[in-house]
Every structure is written in C-alpha cells, then in structure tokens.
Ligand binder design. Structure first.
Ligand code: SAM
Length: 240
C-alpha cells in the first residue's frame, strides 16, 4: 500500500490502532484528495513518529483509519524557541510556517513596545504549524503559544537558555555566535518598528544574550526570522 498524503492526528498511534476521522479530516482526505477505503495515508501525532494507515471507513461527515506499520521514527528538533513580534497577518503566517519547517521547537509571539498587533489568533497560527509539519515530512509540531509580553518573558528568563538577539541597529557589524555554545536557545526578532531603546538595553543586559547582526541591510521581520534560524541551525542545530 502506497501513501502520498500526510496527516497530523491528535490520537495515539500504534499497530492495529483504529483512529476516527472528524468532518474536516474526512473532507480533506475524501473530498479534496479523493482517497477512499483501502487507500493508505501517512499519519503522525507529534510524539510517536510516522505511521502508514489504511482507510477503513470514508464518509462525508467522518471516517476511520487503521494503523498498519511505523514508517519513520519520531524526530524532535533542537531546543530552539523563536520569539517574534507579530506583524501583518500574511507575514505572521509566513513566519510560523517557516519556523515549523526550519525546526523550531516552540514559537512564541511576543508583544514589544512597537508591536503592530495587540492580538493574535493562536488557534489559526497553530494550524499553520501543523500544516507545515504535514508538508515538510516532519514528525514534530512546534507549539505556538499565546501572545506574551517580552518584558514578562525576560523577567523569568531561564538561566540555561541562551538568546540570539537580532538587533537591527547593529546591521553590518561583525557580530556572530562564535563565542556561544550548544544547548537550549531562543532567537528574538523585533517588529517592523524595531526594538525600543529601553528593550535594547534590557536585552543587552541579559547575561544569556548574544547580540547578532544579520548583515549590512535592514531585513523585514519575516526575512530576519528565516535568516536567523538558518544561521542558528547551521551553527548549533540539526543541519550539521
Ligand atoms: N524599523 C527598524 C529600522 O528601520 O531600523 C527595522 C526593524 S526590522 C524590519 C525587524 C526586525 O528584524 C528587527 O527588530 C531585528 O530583530 C531584525 N533585523 C532586521 N535586519 C537586521 C539586521 N541587519 N541585523 C540584525 N537584526 C535585523
């Protein structure tokens, strides 16, 4: 049995396990992808690797799968958080999608002094992270948290988590991660308006902080998020 479609399921997975499908999943598999009983689907739940499952029931309002065999082990990303200040809707969606593809373990929208939007739809952003994992062959889905105040996060910053502070005022300076080491990390990217002087002082004063330049040009926040994750993954992550 071959399977091309990958689907995230919030359900335990194991050989012989029967998994019910809700209306949305049934619509996607049977309406959009035109699959039917007997076809195979690759499924994962974010914790137990990837599995081949066979469609055993296919209806308009639901259906069922039976899990056949494991096709890939669970692969978790490095312990990297991406902190970013939400920008316009489509660009925020892009950041979440790319962060999930590039191997963030946790995606944290932060409210900064110059953050453009005061609210986010956490459920919608989480759904983007799920979709990105389905598309990229990943078995892990990063958690997208609710909007958090950057100040509050910094008040309780974990001792062992280093912070890659991407500071646009250092654009072009020769600042790299050369003096840092592996372990838990976070990247922080500011909003369109950049960081305030007050935030910059706070971020620089944090002992775990490493200020970094992303080259001589000022990048948009979504470009900066991808560039920063590329540098980090290449230096400390699972691209090595
Ligand atoms: N309004 C700011 C300005 O004109 O100086 C630009 C902010 S930029 C659009 C958004 C975020 O991307 C920044 O807060 C920073 O975190 C990151 N960023 C963009 N370009 C960067 C660079 N060359 N070096 C370091 N960080 C950069």
């Amino acid at each position: 049995m071959k399977a091309k479609v990958r689907l995230y399921l919030d359900h335990p997975l194991g050989v012989g396990q029967s998994v019910p499908l809700d209306r949305d999943q049934a619509h996607y598999l049977f309406g959009v992808m035109r699959l039917s009983v007997g076809d195979g689907v690759l499924v994962f739940n974010g914790q137990s690797g990837e599995w081949l499952a066979e469609i055993t029931e296919a209806g308009k309002r639901g259906g069922a799968l039976s899990v056949v065999d494991q096709t890939a082990p669970q692969m978790n990303p490095p312990d990297l958080w991406l902190l970013f200040a939400p920008i316009k809707k489509a660009r925020t969606d892009f950041i979440v999608e790319k962060a999930a593809e590039m191997g963030a373990a946790r995606i944290v929208p932060v409210q900064t002094d110059f953050t453009n939007s005061e609210r986010i739809r956490q459920d919608r952003l989480q759904a983007h992270a799920v979709e990105a994992a389905e598309q990229c062959g990943g078995t892990f889905v990063p958690e997208v948290t609710n909007l958090q105040k950057l100040d509050r996060l910094l008040d309780n910053w974990p001792d062992d988590r280093q912070l890659m502070f991407c500071d646009e005022t250092e654009a072009g300076a020769a600042l790299t991660l050369a003096n840092a080491g592996k372990g838990p990390w976070a990247i922080v990217i500011g909003p369109e308006g950049g960081f305030s002087d007050r935030e910059r002082k706070r971020l620089n004063a944090l002992p775990q902080s490493h200020v970094v330049s992303l080259g001589p040009r000022i990048l948009r926040a979504d470009t900066a998020a991808v560039a920063a994750m590329t540098i980090w993954q290449q230096t400390f992550g699972d691209w090595q």
